[in-house]
Design a protein around this ligand. Structure first.
Ligand SMILES: O=C(CO)[C@@H](O)[C@H](O)COP(=O)(O)O
Length: 248
């Protein structure tokens, strides 16, 4: 086995200062963007108040859909995007993609533990590249492995849909899992964000926050017609209002 090469050219240049500054991070999933005008879509949603760009990478092997890769991440950086890019790898194997996305300017990289033979090594690769590292848990995947790698976890991402597509319905059992993950993070005093992805909308985001989640991915709820800054801002502001009302 040869470790994938990690270039230092783009290593950790991106703004990670949002990490500890905000109670909640809102991360629109560009899976719901109009890909024919991706740079503009990302500019607009950031101008509208989004904190993080959620970047879904699907390989038509680990999940039944095929999306975008490191060239598109690099293109967004070249376009001038400085916000954190949160790369969610739905690919198997993962290690070569980790190296590619570090070089392409990713800020956070998460992957599914089932998708790699060596979870600890994959987490190490991400952190060695200067990115925040995390594991993603499908609705039917146990959180047990977190205990073994807790020293390397910056993010626990809970899928509240089965991965592969935007626009699916939120799976309510994820709320109990979020409460368990929050307890694990707090009991172990981890500096770890709890992220959720799938079916998050204005009308359920407060309940999600009250379950302990502090990074919210939302695709179809935000990135939809009429695709203007004003419309994106209206949704993001409504989400922030709900979050402000959430009981801690
Ligand atoms: O990773 C995925 C789906 O696999 C998500 O990021 C979706 O893109 C979220 O979309 P919505 O459920 O918010 O529409």
């Amino acid at each position: 086995f040869t470790s994938p090469k990690i270039s230092t050219s783009l290593k950790s240049q991106t703004a990670l200062n949002v990490w500890g500054d905000k109670d909640y991070l809102i991360a629109p999933s560009i899976l719901s963007a109009d890909f024919a005008m991706l740079g503009t879509e990302v500019d607009n949603v950031l101008e509208a108040g989004a904190d993080v760009v959620h970047f879904d990478v699907m390989d038509n092997h680990y999940v039944p859909n095929l999306t975008i890769g490191p060239m598109v991440c690099k293109a967004l950086r070249d376009h001038g995007v400085t916000a954190p890019i949160d790369v969610h790898l739905m690919v198997s194997p993962v290690d070569a993609s980790i190296a590619d996305f570090i070089d392409a300017g990713a800020s956070f990289i998460t992957f599914h533990p089932e998708a790699t033979n060596h979870v600890d090594r994959s987490l190490q690769l991400i952190k060695a590249g200067g990115c925040k590292a995390g594991l993603v848990f499908n609705p039917a995947t146990s959180l047990d492995i977190c205990e073994m790698v807790k020293d390397k976890l910056d993010i626990i991402l809970l899928m509240s849909v089965n991965p592969g597509f935007g626009g699916q319905a939120f799976i309510p059992a994820t709320l109990d899992k979020a409460r368990a993950a929050r307890k694990f993070i707090d009991d172990n005093k981890l500096d770890c964000r709890l992220e959720i992805d799938g079916g998050v909308k204005v009308d359920n985001i407060k309940e999600v926050a009250e379950a302990g989640v502090d990074m919210m991915v939302a695709g179809s709820a935000i990135l939809k017609a009429p695709r203007t800054v004003e419309a994106y801002k209206e949704t993001i502001d409504a989400m922030r209002k709900e979050l402000a009302a959430a009981k801690k």
